[in-house]
Design a protein around this ligand. Structure first.
Ligand SMILES: *Cc1c(COP(=O)(O)O)cnc(C)c1O
Length: 397
């Protein structure tokens, strides 16, 4: 069957309706869990918070999990617990969601962008090493697209310096590296429960760590910096509490935690389904020259938050922009993850200059994110493949 003319040139699109790039799946168990909590009398900071934190520890192998109101709050709490403050530097990858870098700015610290490996879009340990100064206090690696960064190489790059190696694991819940689950690999790891992520709670986030003191610090931070010392509370009367630091209201409600708990039960099955779709894509695109999926590092399992391909300009008469527009016209909900963070006007105004990161800035010109989510059918995935093949054939040099 010949595909016919491109939809962008007036042909019939591969699909009649738009296939989104990511989407939550909500089932009856999720609805019941939320309804039960609504009837329980606890709307916020009740038993579901504790239960969700325990379940997150089980899912990640971490000793402590602290839930907060979203993934950005998790990054903020993580860096605050590590003592990051004004005049400190935090190294983050060039290609990530802006929140990774913004969290450093919230604390008055300076984000320093390291380049990424163009084949994986993971932070390049050599570039991170070159970016270190005596002000560097932390590296926040991003488990881009769903696979862990190379934390051993990052720790080697840090050497004897006192620099924390941390994980923005918002893409990689359910993945592992050398058998160690994400959430237990770095000293601290952040998660997001936004609807496009692997566990949807509406909004929500968490930080996992093995360190009880850091966990306690983040619990204080999420509740206005307030602690209650139980002995003094008993002595002074039940009203006693003290605000010890400037915290925030970053609490996550029991309603969100009930949904998160219910969703967490399906995490293994949902990640397995994402991997199945990814294998289908890998197999198909092996036969489409000029369309290359990101590489997964040896030792990693990939939880495929997103499925990114690079369009090699040597093979096509058009660039990524036209390729992207043509796929959209075929009703494939493609996206781009991400624009290099220092290119955003806010960062430009802070003085960051373009052109210092050949790996990531080059890759940015070639990347397209294809739909991948557990509720997609094999037919949906085959539509994506047919659309990519159709557009590649029409634009091939
Ligand atoms: C989603 C995401 C965040 C932020 O999470 P929110 O819950 O939306 O605040 C941070 N970093 C990365 C890499 C993300 O994908």
């Amino acid at each position: 069957m010949t595909p016919g003319p491109l939809a962008i040139e007036g042909g019939t699109p591969v699909r009649e309706t738009l296939l989104p790039y990511g989407r939550q799946t909500i089932d009856d168990a999720d609805v019941s869990a939320v309804a039960e909590t609504l009837r329980s009398g606890w709307l916020t900071t009740g038993p579901k918070v504790v239960e969700f934190e325990q379940a997150l520890c089980e899912a990640t192998g971490a000793r402590h999990a602290v839930v907060v109101s979203n993934g950005t709050a998790a990054l903020h709490a993580m860096l605050a617990a590590c003592g990051i403050g004004p005049s400190d530097e935090v190294i983050v990858p060039l290609i990530t969601f802006a929140a990774t870098a913004n969290a450093a700015l919230y604390l008055g610290a300076r984000p320093v962008f390291a380049d990424v490996d163009p084949e994986t879009l993971l932070i390049d340990p050599q570039s991170a090493e070159a970016a270190m100064t005596d002000r560097t206090k932390a590296i926040v690696a991003v488990d881009f697209a769903g696979q862990p960064a190379d934390y051993d190489a990052l720790r080697d790059a840090v050497g004897g310096r006192s620099v924390e190696v941390l994980a923005d694991a918002c893409h990689a819940f359910g993945a592992s590296r050398n058998g160690v689950p994400v959430g237990s690999i770095a000293a601290l790891s952040t998660f997001s429960f936004h609807p496009v992520k692997h566990v949807a709670a509406g909004e929500g986030g968490a930080v996992t760590t093995a360190d009880p003191n850091l966990a306690e610090a983040m619990r204080t931070f999420r509740n206005h910096g307030i602690t209650t010392d139980h002995a003094r509370r008993a002595a002074a009367g039940t009203w006693f509490y003290e605000m010890e630091l400037l915290g925030f209201n970053y609490r996550l409600s029991d309603i969100h935690c009930a949904l998160g708990l219910s969703q967490l039960e399906r995490l293994p099955a949902n990640v397995a389904r994402r991997q199945e779709i990814a294998r289908r894509y890998d197999k198909a695109f092996a036969g489409v020259s000029g369309v290359a999926p990101l590489r997964t590092l040896p030792g990693n399992t990939n939880a495929y938050h997103i499925y990114v391909v690079q369009i090699d300009p040597a093979h096509f008469a058009v660039g990524r922009r036209e390729f992207f527009a043509a796929l959209r016209a075929e009703n494939i909900g493609v996206n781009v993850h991400y624009i290099p963070v220092p290119w955003h006007p806010y960062y430009q105004q802070l003085g960051y200059k373009r052109g210092a990161w050949p790996g990531g800035e080059g890759a940015y010109e070639r990347i397209i994110t294809l739909p991948i989510w557990p509720g997609m059918s094999d037919g949906d995935a085959d539509d994506v493949v047919r659309a990519v093949e159709k557009v590649a054939a029409a634009y091939r040099k």
